[in-house]
Design a protein around this ligand. Structure first.
Ligand SMILES: [Mg+2]
Length: 127
């Protein structure tokens, strides 16, 4: 079973994403911002991260930079949720190590498809 870490400052969005993913039997870990997520990662092992861009304390880009500094999470798939059309921000996020963007509001089918394909790829690589 795979664990997905959901990081968003909106409890409603966390709840919605968790609901969608739990239907496919993913184990869910939740964090309310980047700082909280860093703390969670010190005691939970995760296979994929879904992270919001705009959050207090530590935003999505700062979080991903920190995540990629951790040897264990160098290749972990990261999906960033955003409403931004700011191309510079997106470029910064990709450079920080984000694998793909999904626009809010998230379509459940699209989310599941992306999560499944990232985790499948990981298995093909023998991870
Ligand atoms: Mg937010």
């Amino acid at each position: 079973m795979k664990t997905v870490l959901i990081i968003d400052d909106s409890p409603t969005i966390r709840k919605l994403l968790a609901y969608i993913l739990k239907k496919k039997n993913y184990i869910i870990a939740e964090a309310e911002d980047g700082m909280d997520a860093m703390e969670k990662l010190s005691h939970v092992q995760v296979d994929l991260v879904i992270v919001d861009l705009n959050m207090p304390n530590m935003d999505g880009i700062e979080f991903v930079k920190g995540l990629r500094d951790n040897y264990y999470y160098m290749d972990t798939p990261v999906i960033m949720l955003t409403t931004t059309k700011d191309e510079k921000l997106k470029k910064d996020a990709f450079e920080a190590g984000v694998n793909m963007f999904l626009n809010k509001p998230v379509q459940p089918g699209v989310l599941l498809y992306k999560v499944e394909s990232f985790l499948q790829e990981g298995e093909d690589n023998g991870r």
